[in-house]
Design a protein. Structure first.
Length: 294
């Protein structure tokens, strides 16, 4: 997350620093206070600017590019291709996908978020409900999927929990900040009151689950978090952690247009069900249903 100082935020917004302080006092600009100093998340400033745009009557938002950004998932990637919807995919992680979606840079976002201190919370729904720029958005269930630790065949380090990963100094492949798998990892560490630095992390970061699998297969890492489908495809063993909702966020006007309608229709097909069963680790109960609408 890129954080701006007051001076940097003022320059970015083309305002005087004094005006920034006035807006902070009024609670009208997104900011956070760290060790007595005001900081401004650049992504939140971008959201705030987009949400506050005033358009003349009759002037609509520009069309978003036909891209689904966010978390990578092999079943979603396959469905986008096989449905004939014409939508591309951009694997940038759940939070970054959300950011691109709210900025109008993509037509939809694929997300699987995790709350740091409440494993039972539905973080996807909470994220939708907690934002002020989701007035015309809808969240469609893609699936529930099984997430866990990927390990080499035979699980040589006998990893069964995050405690084992820490105690056995397992070399852990990491995802970028804001990726759903990384949020899950942070939540697991929070539950055992361990900082991220307790892990024997390896570099470079792995942009997607298949990159985690490749790091393990190459002997560069011992473990990392990804889905069962990724483990199965790579011939790795899998230690289950949780089942999570994996959802698609889109604008209501785009939901009814041909590209997303083609994808949503395909979500109810026998082909998708057969592919999900073949890949493993998917629950399609509720797939295609509306999970949240504003």
């Amino acid at each position: 997350m890129e954080l701006l100082t007051t001076a940097e935020a003022a320059n970015y917004l083309r305002l005087k620093e004094r005006k920034i302080y006035e807006m902070v006092a009024e609670g009208t600009v997104p900011c956070t206070k760290v060790t007595g100093r005001w900081l401004f998340p650049k992504a939140e400033l971008d959201h705030w600017l987009v949400a506050s745009i005033s358009r003349p009557d009759g002037l609509t938002r520009p069309e978003a590019p036909p891209i689904v950004a966010g978390s990578h998932d092999p079943l979603l990637e396959w469905a986008l291709r096989e449905s004939g919807c014409g939508l591309a995919t951009l694997a940038v992680g759940s939070e970054a996908g959300f950011t691109r979606f709210t900025a109008g840079e993509v037509v939809a976002a694929a997300v699987h978020l995790h709350a740091l201190d409440d494993p039972a919370a539905d973080a996807n729904v909470a994220a939708m409900a907690g934002r002020g720029d989701m007035q015309d958005a809808v969240m469609i269930a893609f699936c529930r999927r099984e997430q866990g630790f990927l390990v080499a065949p035979g699980n040589p380090l006998k990893i069964g929990s995050i405690g084992d990963v820490i105690a056995r100094r397992a070399r852990t492949a990491m995802r970028p900040k804001g990726a759903g798998a990384q949020l899950l990892l942070l939540a697991l560490l929070h539950r055992v009151e361990a900082p991220l630095e307790k892990l024997a992390s390896v570099t470079p970061l792995c942009p997607t689950g298949p990159d985690i699998a490749q790091a393990i297969r190459a002997g560069r890492a011992d473990t990392g978090i990804a889905s069962r489908a990724v483990a199965n495809a790579a011939g790795l063993d899998f230690v289950s952690i949780a089942w999570e909702p994996f959802d698609l966020v889109m604008r209501q006007r785009d939901y009814f247009r041909p590209p997303l309608q083609a994808l949503i229709k395909f979500l109810h097909s026998d082909d998708l069900a057969a592919r999900a069963k073949e890949m493993g680790g998917y629950d399609l109960t509720g797939t295609g249903s509306v999970r949240f609408a504003v």
